[in-house]
Design a protein around this ligand. Structure first.
Ligand code: BES
Ligand code: ZN
Ligand code: ZN
Length: 472
């Protein structure tokens, strides 16, 4: 769908249909008719009045969520018709409202039909967002919201792609393409590099796959950068569980285990397109966790890049092994880091704990974690903190190695995974690190809000929001 910002009197714009957002039914021109249809301005209610060529959608309050969900609902209705053009009257629009509307429009219009033999023609449709005056400020908001939404949709495309078509080398090629498109640097390393550089934890996870593991490093370095930020992503292009094989039902959707890595790639692309004044690195461990005669095993002892030894007790707790080496790589290669964030669909426990809509935020710096939660909520994502404590920390001790890759307790699995990662964050970076467990929101099994079935692009908006906020 084409989405444009235009300046014109709403009456003068000729489109096939008009989308009208409504908070109070008394404000509607067609109040009587809406009453007869028992339309209530609550939740996501939406009605198409074919003869009048109008779509009415309710928004509950002035929040980002309400506007974004309302316009996405209106667009879905528009997409269910054969009308080709629509307009939305936003003449009394505030800046924050435009951001929510633009992002809700792009995210709500998203469809993924790469694997459908019959494509619909919905990309021929257009939405005209009509403002009173196309000021520089509104135009800038429109453009930045468009870049952010495109980055989310790029992440969704990658996550939705089947594992046979999206393995580590494909991810690396895509990273190169994205880098070329936004003018940033991209380096890719294979298994020889992992071996030579003592990245035995990451290397072991991918050993049984026919696809070579790839370490991807994107760098965006504007002149006079004010800060240095490192984003690390778990890029498990498939997680079968390895020898600790997942039960059949749990394996379905595990193509989405690359979501953290995909979010990092698209976020780097967006940061460069937005021209943010920070040096930003994106590091992704792209690996496939499979079974085979050469697979790594429960009982193996792996040595991570920082020299710490890890007892493997479950090969399905593989993401933390990949991230351990990627975190070390980042800290060894990049000096004077201001923030180091990692993104991972790390634990089912996080989904159980906080629900499928919410990201779990962990780390050692209370203020930083709070700011990350606030940035997430403001950007339209749900997030909450999960606290470390000294007792859970003891549960990942190992009898035979420095640390075990699973805890000795059944409880608090998201936190013990975060505590495992903490072992690979160097002393000088302890307060600069945040771990985002996106296992819940990264993949949508039942559509919600403006998220259709499939990858959601979790992590992208909150990270960009956090960085944009640093600027203020
Ligand atoms: N990729 C999974 C976590 C996951 C589960 C993501 C559900 C999204 C939805 C991860 O690699 C994993 O398997 N974790 C195990 C850890 C356990 C063995 C300690 C889990 O959560 O069960
Ligand atoms: Zn796993
Ligand atoms: Zn995994």
């Amino acid at each position: 769908m084409k989405i444009r910002l235009i300046e014109k009197s709403i009456k003068k714009i000729k489109t096939d249909i008009e989308i009208i957002l409504l908070n109070d039914i008394d404000d509607a021109e067609d109040r009587k008719l809406l009453e007869n249809l028992d339309f209530k301005a609550v939740d996501e209610s939406c009605v198409l009045l074919g003869d009048l060529k109008k779509i009415y959608v309710a928004y509950e309050d002035e929040s980002y969520d309400s506007f974004a969900i309302a316009i996405a609902t209106g667009i879905k209705k528009f997409q269910s018709t054969n009308f080709t053009s629509a307009k939305l009257n936003l003449v009394d629009c505030k800046n924050e409202q435009l951001k929510a509307i633009v992002e809700g429009s792009f995210l709500g219009a998203y469809t993924f039909d790469n694997y459908k033999s019959k494509k619909d023609n919905k990309n021929k449709q257009e939405l005209n967002i009509v403002v009173k005056e196309k000021t520089k400020e509104l135009e800038a908001i429109f453009e930045s919201s468009k870049i952010i939404s495109k980055a989310v949709n790029k992440t969704r495309d990658m996550v939705n792609t089947a594992p046979a078509d999206f393995y580590p080398a494909v991810m690396a090629d895509l990273a190169k393409e994205l880098a070329l498109d936004c003018g940033i640097d991209c380096k890719v390393y294979g298994e020889r590099y992992l071996e030579k550089n003592d990245m035995n934890a990451m290397h072991s996870v991918g050993i049984a796959s026919i696809h070579e593991s790839k370490l991807i490093h994107l760098t965006y370095k504007p002149a006079n950068a004010k800060k240095k930020i490192v984003l690390v992503g778990k890029g498990l292009t498939y997680d079968s569980g390895g020898l600790s094989l997942k039960p059949a039902d749990y394996m379905v959707t595990m193509k989405s285990d690359k979501s953290g890595g995909c979010a990092v790639l698209s976020t780097l692309w967006a940061i460069a397109k937005l021209g943010l004044p920070y040096e930003v690195h994106g590091i992704v461990g792209a690996v496939e966790n499979m079974i085979g005669g050469d697979a790594y095993k429960p009982d193996d002892i792996l040595r991570a890049k920082n020299g710490k030894t890890i007892e493997v007790r479950n090969t399905d707790a593989e993401g933390r092994l990949v991230l351990a080496d990627c975190l070390c790589y980042a800290q060894d290669e990049i000096e004077d880091i201001d923030y180091i964030f990692d993104y991972a669909t790390l634990t089912g426990a996080c989904v159980v704990g906080v629900g499928q809509y919410t990201t779990g935020i962990m780390g050692n710096n209370e203020i930083l974690k709070r700011n990350a939660v606030l940035a997430a909520l403001k950007s339209g994502e749900y997030a909450t903190t999960l606290d470390f404590n000294r007792f859970l920390k003891k549960t990942i001790k190992s009898e035979i190695a420095d640390i075990s890759n699973i805890a000795s307790t059944r409880y608090g699995g998201a936190i013990t995974a975060g505590l495992f990662l903490d072992n690979f964050v160097y002393e000088e970076n302890k307060e600069k690190w945040i771990h985002f467990d996106i296992a819940g929101p990264a993949f949508v099994e039942k559509a919600w809000g403006y998220n259709p079935y499939g990858g959601s692009g979790a992590g992208v908006r909150m990270t960009i929001g956090f960085l944009q906020n640093l600027n203020k």
